[in-house]
Design a protein around this ligand. Structure first.
Ligand SMILES: CC(C)(COP(=O)(O)OP(=O)(O)OC[C@H]1O[C@@H](n2cnc3c(N)ncnc32)[C@H](O)[C@@H]1OP(=O)(O)O)[C@@H](O)C(=O)NCCC(=O)NCCS
Length: 192
């Protein structure tokens, strides 16, 4: 298997779905986990935007330890470049939101296996996955993502990659919040 970057990243395949769902369970509370059907639809509809992080040598049986999935969105000039909050909701169908030539890369989810966290792997994975997607998807001019105000690790990663807050959605994570149920929408300009 040829890898696409310094970390062993590759495009996801349908037969990765069982492991992807294990990672989903390790990364997110039950109330906000995506279903197998949603993930499979993402894989089938926009495979180039669904990246897998491996660990270990292929001859010893490389393990999948992370995934990142994305969509291409079209920014609506009429509303000043912001997005329909419904597009961020759990279970939304990528076929309704993804446009093959959309100029905004929406990172819909990312996680790495708990045993591999805390050593800078999350930042390296995200940084290299974003660089790879930019390289392989011409025409991107921005990236957007949404996260819980309580996910400080993820927030630090996105900030260090240059993403800045552009909106808050109050109560978005009411089902899982300890104290702050708000969601933060972050954006990064990709103009060269
Ligand atoms: C988010 C995630 C990928 C980060 O992976 P990681 O390997 O732990 O991240 P890193 O080791 O690269 O740490 C990145 C930064 O976050 C900080 N951080 C990590 N976990 C943290 C936590 N629980 N609380 C506060 N800060 C944390 C690190 O200290 C580091 O900060 P720095 O800017 O000082 O270097 C991982 O925790 C994960 O999969 N979480 C569950 C799913 C998730 O939240 N996904 C993001 C969805 S938007």
């Amino acid at each position: 298997m040829e890898h696409l970057s310094a970390l062993p990243l590759r495009v996801a395949r349908e037969d990765d779905i069982d492991r992807i769902m294990e990672l989903e369970a390790g990364g997110f509370a039950p109330a906000i986990r995506e279903s197998r059907e949603v993930m499979l639809t993402r894989l089938r509809h926009f495979p180039q935007g669904f990246l897998i992080l491996e660990h270990g040598l292929e001859q010893d049986g490389a393990q999948i330890i992370g995934y990142l999935c994305s969509e291409r969105w079209t920014r609506d000039a009429a509303d000043g470049g912001l997005f329909d909050p419904a597009h961020f909701t759990l279970g939304h169908d990528i076929r309704d939101t993804h446009h093959a030539n959309g100029d905004c890369l929406y990172i819909s989810s990312m996680t790495i296996a708990p045993a591999h966290r805390g050593n800078g792997m999350g930042r390296r994975f995200f940084t290299q996955a974003l660089a790879l997607l930019r390289q392989r998807l011409p025409g991107l001019r921005a990236s957007v993502l949404l996260l819980s105000a309580e996910w400080q690790g993820a927030q630090r990663i996105y900030q260090s990659c240059g993403y800045t807050e552009i909106a808050r959605l109050d109560g978005f994570f009411a089902d899982i919040a300890q104290e702050d149920a708000g969601a933060i929408v972050m954006q990064l300009a990709l103009d060269r």
